[in-house]
Design a protein around this ligand. Structure first.
Ligand SMILES: Nc1ncnc2c1ncn2[C@@H]1O[C@H](COP(=O)(O)OP(=O)(O)OP(=O)(O)O)[C@@H](O)[C@H]1O
Ligand SMILES: C[C@@](O)(CCOP(=O)(O)OP(=O)(O)O)CC(=O)O
Length: 392
């Protein structure tokens, strides 16, 4: 097979897509197959340098079937979600020509050409950090590039939605709203960008990764159970969320941190003692806490508190803070000794307990941009000589 592949061309495209964290959650579907939600949701896209999926898609007449490798391991593409994304992008494929290499693919050829896909997440997969969001957004975006798809981002987001609901929001950077839509065929259920990543760029997002183990209950089955068993879900979707969406949109537009924090969180002791919210927090369907600080100065103060209460188990500061590590020096922490020397947070009146080892590590990020194409060869995850994922 390798020699056959070598004799024929392999055309590749590589892209990178961010994850996103919802500040008004999507929870519950009205259509399982099309992935249509019961409520609108709003999220912030995280900086792809910190949390993202990178995907290479390759097409070649030498490939006998569609195949995929995720984080170096081959996985089945037979699931309905992958099939929906492949089918919808193939439908929209257009002519592609690479004159230099003498490759000419007609629109109708794409139905017969098989693809190989290799993807890598720079953070734990299926651990409640929205890997499916980054992964399916990246797959759809990159397949669209390979097949010269001309659709606008709204349409791409609607296709990514069929891979994983939250993926439709990772097609854009900044703050993004997924409009649930009304139609039964899902054609109006897509994401729109509210503001881009530069609009509110002083926000700092710190994620306390409590566990990077695979979750016991996936969001898909968790929300299915809620739909089937909770009489409160319809109340949330129909009565609570619509008003909150409007308030959240207003808070984002005005960079109104107080309203933003009030909407998404309970206010911690610190917020109380300051009299005005300093930090907001949210959880997705997992134990990891996402903390949003109003600016860098507050984030540094937050980090001092976090490191005081949750010192690292291992004697390695470097692996305890990933993403934007420079937040450590903003917090005046250069070494483990600096953590030992941190004073207890002044608002904590009784001696504060320390929870060494309860947090695996922290990720520091910020609002980030949407998907982009990567052109440098070093980012390509498929070997263009063999057509297989590199390093497997
Ligand atoms: N890079 C990727 N490319 C394509 N698919 C991916 C990628 N990463 C993850 N997935 C898909 O998403 C699934 C994991 O989704 P799941 O919803 O269980 O976890 P999560 O998205 O990390 O957590 P959550 O949605 O609760 O935040 C994987 O089994 C795989 O099917
Ligand atoms: C808690 C959430 O993160 C749930 C995300 O669920 P998924 O998008 O992973 O679910 P499926 O559509 O079944 O793939 C909230 C959110 O991101 O809005």
């Amino acid at each position: 097979m390798a020699t056959e592949a070598q004799a024929q061309w392999v055309l590749t495209a590589t892209g990178r897509s961010p994850t996103n964290i919802a500040v008004i959650k999507y929870w519950g579907k009205r259509d399982e197959a099309l992935i249509l939600p019961v409520n609108d949701s709003i999220s912030v896209t995280l900086d792809p340098d910190h949390l993202s999926a990178t995907t290479t898609v390759a097409a070649s007449p030498a490939f006998p079937s569609d195949r995929m490798w995720l984080n170096g391991k081959e996985i089945a593409l037979s699931g309905g979600r992958f099939q929906s994304c492949l089918r919808e992008i193939r439908k929209r494929a257009r002519d592609v020509e690479d004159e230099k290499r003498g490759i000419k693919i007609k629109k109708e050829d794409w139905e017969k050409l098989h693809v190989h896909i290799a993807s890598y997440n720079n953070f734990p997969t299926a651990a409640g950090l929205a890997s499916s969001a980054a992964g399916f957004a990246c797959l759809v975006f990159t397949l669209g590039k390979l097949m010269n798809v001309n659709e606008d981002y709204g349409e791409l987001s609607s296709i990514a939605r069929q891979g994983s609901g939250s993926a439709c929001r990772s097609i854009y950077g900044g703050f993004v709203k997924w409009c649930m839509g009304k139609s039964d065929d899902g054609s109006d259920s897509m994401a729109v960008q509210l503001v881009d990543e530069s609009h509110w760029d002083d926000l700092v997002i710190i994620i306390a990764v409590v566990s990077s183990k695979q979750k016991e209950t996936s969001s898909t089955s968790g929300m299915r159970d809620t739909v089937e068993t909770s009489p409160l879900l319809q109340y949330r979707a129909q009565t609570v969320v619509p008003g909150r969406i409007l308030k959240m949109e207003e808070a984002i537009k005005n960079r109104d941190f107080e309203s933003f924090a009030r909407i998404i969180s309970l206010v911690e002791k610190w917020n109380h003692s300051e009299g005005t919210p300093q930090v907001a927090y949210t959880f997705d369907a997992g134990p990891n806490a996402v903390l949003i600080a109003r600016n860098r100065k507050t984030a540094a103060l937050l980090l001092q508190r976090l490191l005081y209460c949750f010192p690292p188990q291992e004697n390695n500061l470097d692996s305890y803070m990933v993403g934007d590590k420079s937040i450590l020096s903003s917090a005046g922490v250069q070494s483990l000794a600096d953590i030992e020397a941190l004073p207890p947070p002044p608002e904590m009146k009784t001696p504060t307990q320390k929870f060494k080892g309860d947090v695996s590590y922290f990720i520091c990020s910020r609002p980030g941009a949407g998907p982009k194409v990567l052109t440098e060869e070093r980012h390509t995850l498929i070997d263009s000589a063999t057509g297989l994922a590199k390093g497997v």
